[in-house]
Each structure stands twice: as structure tokens, then as C-alpha cells.
Design a protein around this ligand. Sequence first.
Ligand code: NAD
Length: 280
Amino acid sequence: MVTLKGAEVSAKIKEEVQEILGTLSGEAPKLAIIRVGERPDDISYEKGATKKMGNFGLRVQSYVFPADISDTQFKAEFQKINEDPDVTGILMLRPLPKQICEKDIENMIDPEKDLDGISPVNIAKVFAGDRSGFAPCTAEAVMEVLKQNEIEISGKRAVVVGRSMVVGRPLAMLLLKENATVTICHTRTKDLKETCRNAEILCAAAGKAKMLDSEYVGDGAVVIDVGINVDENGKLCGDVDFESLEGHASMATPVPGGVGAVTTAVLAKHLVQAWAKRNN
Ligand code: NAD
């Protein structure tokens, strides 16, 4: 079984980013990371994204607000960042605290700065098969893993486990755009094992530690694990029991070291694309 390493995909995306950067003059594009509160998951993602932007030669600034900021106050702050001409793109860490209406922010964000595809305009484009907007970075990261490893998608049976708006649904749409035959599974799916076993490309985005083992994987399948979970020993793991796949899958992404590393590279790519669009 071939291990599909996120770092290798990220390095290829870096080349693409540098190619676009080479065509630009002036200051590097700037990413605004918006964080409300001190959730460890958010801080960890922010650190990873900040490091990646630095590594790719891009500017980044974090905007951190207290967890108890009011809806009105946050919206006023958000709008300042949204309208700041020095900010090329925005990553807002979610979920936001309950007192803030996330839907309103989704409607407010400038679609041209919406690097993680949360605005209705960008979501509609993903669902319409129009690739001119920004898709959610994680869903796009799965596509990059497949494409950069030259894994054929067209005509293949692809199964996505998970139907969230962040990963499962947009990923299913991106696979469909590439002419895969797509099945979406979720908590009410009755024949999950059989459905997964029938997949030629199996994408796991359920958020359940090691729930898919070799019994869910057909011979020669390509397995992409989006899950980020902790196992019973407190160790980071995916939705797939990676070790059990040997002798079953043809290729698989590990966790850590798989899709996660690619997600921030896609964010960087979206940032330079936003810059290029604005300056064209
Ligand atoms: P979510 O909880 O919003 O959605 C999970 C989906 O999986 C739901 O649609 C649910 O129906 C389905 N599901 C859950 N248990 C299931 C089961 N037993 N059988 C079948 N379907 C089941 O989670 P999410 O935000 O979509 O994230 C999914 C996973 O991806 C999480 O582990 C998350 O940490 C990870 N994630 C990774 C990245 C990355 O950069 N790699 C980014 C975002 C999320």
C-alpha cells in the first residue's frame, strides 16, 4: 500500500503558489485569521496556518477577540477587516460563540476574500459545478491529494462518509464535478460497510476515531482520511484504521501527515488566487 503523504502534495502546491507570486509586484498577499476565544483547536489551526503562510512567503495577521464579544461589536470589527484593502483574504475560525450569528457573517463576508468558501455565493458555485469561486479548503485539499498523485477520478465510484457543509457535501460536489459517481453516507446510512466496500475512492469525514477498518475497504481502493480525532490513548488519529488497510487498499493518507497538511497549503493557494483575481 502506498502512503499518500500530505507534505509532498503541499510542496507541489507551494510551487504553484510561487509561480503565481512570481507574476505579482508589490507586497505579498495578506491573510487575516479571525479567532474569537481561546479554543485549543482554533489556536492549533491558527498556528499551522501562520507557519504555512510564512513558509510560502505570504503575509498573515491574526485578529483575536474575546469569547464574550457581543454580536454587534464583532460584526463591526469583522466589517473593518472585510473592507480593509490591505487584507487579501480571510479565514474565520468556527464555530463562533453562540451569541454571534454565524449566518450573518457568512452573508457579510466578501466572496472574493472568502478563502474557505463559507459565503452563499461560493457555496452556490461549488454546488453548481462552477469552479470560479472558493470551495472549502478541506474539501479542496482532498481533491489536491487525488490530483497531485494522478489518481483518476472520472467514472470512478467515490464514497464520501459525512455530509457536513464543511467537508462531506462540498467534497461530494467537487468529486461529481470531476465526473466521479458519488455516494454520500451519513449516520442514517443502513448499509455503510457494503457501500464503502464498493468504493474505488473512499473519503472518510465522519469525525469518529478509526471507525473504518479493512472490512470497509474494497481491494485496491484509494482511501482518503479527513478525520482528525484522538484515540483512547490520547493520540491523534483519523476516521480510518490505517494499519488495518495493508493488503486491502492500494493507497491511503495517514493521520497525522495527510490531508491536514494540504488544507493550509490550499488556503495559501486560495490567498494568491484572490490576489491575482483582484489585480487582473
Ligand atoms: P461533523 O461532525 O460536522 O460531520 C460529521 C458527518 O459524519 C455528519 O454528516 C455525520 O452524519 C457523519 N457521521 C458521523 N458518524 C457517522 C457514522 N458512524 N456513520 C456514518 N456517518 C457518520 O464533522 P466535520 O466538520 O465534517 O469534520 C469531519 C472530520 O474531519 C472531523 O474529524 C474533523 O476534525 C475533520 N476535519 C479535518 C480537517 C482537515 O483539515 N483535515 C478540516 C475540517 C474537519
